[in-house]
Design a protein around this ligand. Sequence first.
Ligand SMILES: Cc1cc2nc3c(=O)[nH]c(=O)nc-3n(C[C@H](O)[C@H](O)[C@H](O)COP(=O)(O)OP(=O)(O)OC[C@H]3O[C@@H](n4cnc5c(N)ncnc54)[C@H](O)[C@@H]3O)c2cc1C
Length: 292
Amino acid sequence: MTSRVMRDFDLLLPESVAQAITLLATHKDKAAVLAGGTDLLVALKFDYDIDNVVSLALVPGLDVLEFDSERGLAIGAKVTIADLLKSSDVKEYYPALWQSAKVFATPQLRNTATVIGNILRASPAGDCSLAIYALGGILTLENATGRREVDLDDFWISYGVTARKDDELTISLQVPAPATGQKSAFRRMTRVTEDLSKLNAAVCLQMDGDECTGARVAMGCVGPTLIRLPKVENMLAGSVVTPELLQEISDTVASEINPIDDIRSSAEYRLKVAGVLVKRVIKLALNEGNDQ
Ligand SMILES: Cc1cc2nc3c(=O)[nH]c(=O)nc-3n(C[C@H](O)[C@H](O)[C@H](O)COP(=O)(O)OP(=O)(O)OC[C@H]3O[C@@H](n4cnc5c(N)ncnc54)[C@H](O)[C@@H]3O)c2cc1C
């Protein structure tokens, strides 16, 4: 734990989305939204130039977690990682997301940390963010001028930077409904169980019998943002997933990533094992390896 002292700030407690948006419009880049606070409160002990914290604690209507077989999964801004784990719909229809929630931090953290907060933090290691990146998702953001939707594919710009404007509140995330034959999985590697990932991977495969007709493959901790692996996705699309193909994929992954040395791992190690992790997560999605 750091011994740094948290900076002074005004804690603002709006009681509606409209009030929260008015506060964000007033304070703009001198305000930050507080959901679970597990990232924000740490950032406020460092050089985070924020004077106003807009808490969502008293804002109603942001805790919806709802599955619809046509519209998919709606995740409100106050839905926690623990809420995901309690959802039989998430477990059944979005295994990658459920698996990412299962290994996320500790029970205390999971009870507090939100899914949307994980996405807004824009960390290249975010576990639930990565699973959702593979599954696909659309964020709804709102400011004083109205609402807009942003595809997750266009949301993370660089480390810690997103397409969200300073005065926007993220309202919810919509994950598409799974088509018949959709299979997904998530896996991560950590130094110790409760640490942040040093490498993580998630896949969403559209299967038609033995043939993969389309794939989204995402990796974390291998660049400034979470990334997708287009070469691997193209290798999977239109193919039967044989052991030979999996080996080719494993050999290709290193050419698609750009990891760095940091306190959790070295670039060299990440480059060496990334292909193996991707191979394993594909097998897990196809139920050939099962750690649910
Ligand atoms: C001990 C520890 C262990 C952790 N382990 C993991 C782990 O295993 N895996 C992992 O992925 N992460 C981990 N984290 C990181 C953190 O818990 C997650 O990123 C978490 O999901 C953030 O959610 P939150 O609700 O706490 O976000 P907050 O801290 O409240 O917010 C995070 C950022 O998002 C912004 N924000 C939040 N909600 C909104 C909104 N509705 N609209 C606009 N902006 C918003 C905030 O202003 C802030 O910039 C860990 C953190 C700690 C301290």
